[in-house]
Design a protein around this ligand. Structure first.
Ligand SMILES: [Zn+2]
Ligand SMILES: [Zn+2]
Length: 164
């Protein structure tokens, strides 16, 4: 039922042709593809995948479910084994930006998330919205009129059905 939806990772591709095969077990072609699939897994609640795609040397004993209201992903720069990105999310009515440079390593030919340096701050009202829309935050995700049409609203509706 999710096959025709755009992928949560903001690639502009259909989920079925982007992150879904990786979440279902296909090898990610690059560290960036793995990072995108992990963002999508956070949006969609694939906690077991988040655990198994975490490097065995650094992963927690389990990845606990969260209900973060993710707004979108922007890849800033990717190398063979690092990805710098900004992910937007809403917390207590504030629009927040998670800016992280993640490191990845392969295990048996499969990319895994190793660790990362991250910084979380409130998005500036006059700076580009961390959802990646290109609009200023005050005209985008912090505008009350946009709240019901957040980027992942269609996914959130599908997830709510699945979790009931
Ligand atoms: Zn994707
Ligand atoms: Zn926005």
């Amino acid at each position: 039922m999710h096959h025709n939806r755009l992928c949560p990772c903001s690639s502009g591709n259909r989920y079925a042709a982007c992150c879904e095969p990786i979440i279902e077990g296909a090898a990610a072609a690059s560290a960036e593809a793995l990072m995108r699939s992990r963002y999508s897994a956070y949006v969609l609640g694939h906690w077991n995948y988040l655990h198994t795609s975490w490097h065995p040397d650094t992963r927690p004993s389990k990845v606990s479910p969260t209900s973060t209201d993710w707004l979108g992903l922007t890849i800033i720069h990717a190398t063979e084994n690092t990805v710098e990105f900004i992910a937007g999310f809403r917390q207590n009515g504030n629009i927040m930006a998670l800016h992280e440079t993640s490191r990845f390593a392969q295990v048996d030919g499969h990319w895994h998330y190793l660790d990362g340096d991250c910084d979380v701050c409130e998005a500036g009202r006059n700076t580009p919205c961390p959802c990646g829309s290109g609009l200023k935050t005050k005209r985008c995700c912090s505008n009350a009129a946009f709240v019901s049409t957040s980027r992942h609203a269609d996914w959130q509706a599908a997830i709510a059905v699945k979790r009931d």
